[in-house]
Design a protein around this ligand. Sequence first.
Ligand code: PLP
Length: 389
Amino acid sequence: MPPANETNLSSNYARPTWAEIDTDALASNFQFVRKLVGDDVQIMCIVKADAYGHGAVVCARRLEREGAAWFGVACPEEAFELRAAGIVKPILSLGGFWRGQEAALLSQRVTPVIYRLDMAESFNRAARAIGMVADVHVEIDTGINRSGVRFEDAREFAEKLRAFKHLRVDGLMTHCASADDPTQNDFTREQIKLYDQSLNIFRAHDHTPTYKDLANSPATFAHPNARGNLVRPGGILYGLWRDILQPQDVVPKLHPVMSVRSRIALLKTIHKGESAGYGRTFVAERDTKIATLPIGYHDGIPRALSNRGRVIIRGRFAPIIGRVSMDLTLIDVTDVFDVALDDVVTFIGADGDLQITAETLAHEADTISYEITCGIGTRVPRKSLESEV
Ligand SMILES: *Cc1c(COP(=O)(O)O)cnc(C)c1O
């Protein structure tokens, strides 16, 4: 039973804008990946960035129950939040750590990715101080040229790591730059090849990594030989796939996890020729019934949707009109029969037979679905829906 926390108590009296987190959909997506990769491959659920905006604690709790082997976060702070919430499975800090975080990582059993020798040195020192041998994962940069040890430096890195007697290389990983793009499959194959060579180099230097991982969501689907013995999906767990998987991989068995809704706070009719919103970018071509919604770009509705996007209300689409502003958005409800104050308005999610996905919204705003769900603001309470507790 979730504790009746402050959010629950106050939610009846809150601004009527919220995000629903369907943890059953999350579980179903996880089980789908589980079946896809088979029993020989474990799953590290990526819950960085507050689980892509869905709420890391709620999602990790459910995924832990479903059988997640690992959790992946961006930085130690995110790992500590999960530990404080009672998550016990191994956690990998994909971005490593920053000066001074070594002891906390060790005491909270958080494994860092390392990609610089000075990280190895300071982590080794912290482990020695408490008399333990600490696990690390090493990231090899096979072409994304972002984080990781450059492939050409892998041999020297593997060699020098041997000096650190209080470290053990528990995992060797790399990250694909364009696994979502079939026109770049040759590049991805080259990354996989360089990774395999790195693994041989590390083994030749007496490192025996337990985990071999290369695959984010698109690689998990499109490049089965990138699965190693651990995959690192993020987006697909949240049902975000229409802008990262290719049509041939299309997997309608993935369900969106987040819905974003608000309610009509005010209805008014403006006359033909009047404008609405900042900049007067919408001008009524007929007498127009306008609904004001208490949700804006701080809540994560991209300003790029001004005069472009649409919402679902009473089972039909209604257009966003005028500029999306920080706290308010306007829609045209002239054609919505029986529209009333307090009506629920769906920005992301399903209502009746209609659906707006984060991918659709992202497309209209010229971005990707990940940025949309990550961008749902902190002012928007997450309400988790779950069939069983
Ligand atoms: C974010 C991230 C992932 C997950 O990527 P998705 O596309 O969401 O599956 C995996 N590995 C690393 C290193 C990442 O930074």
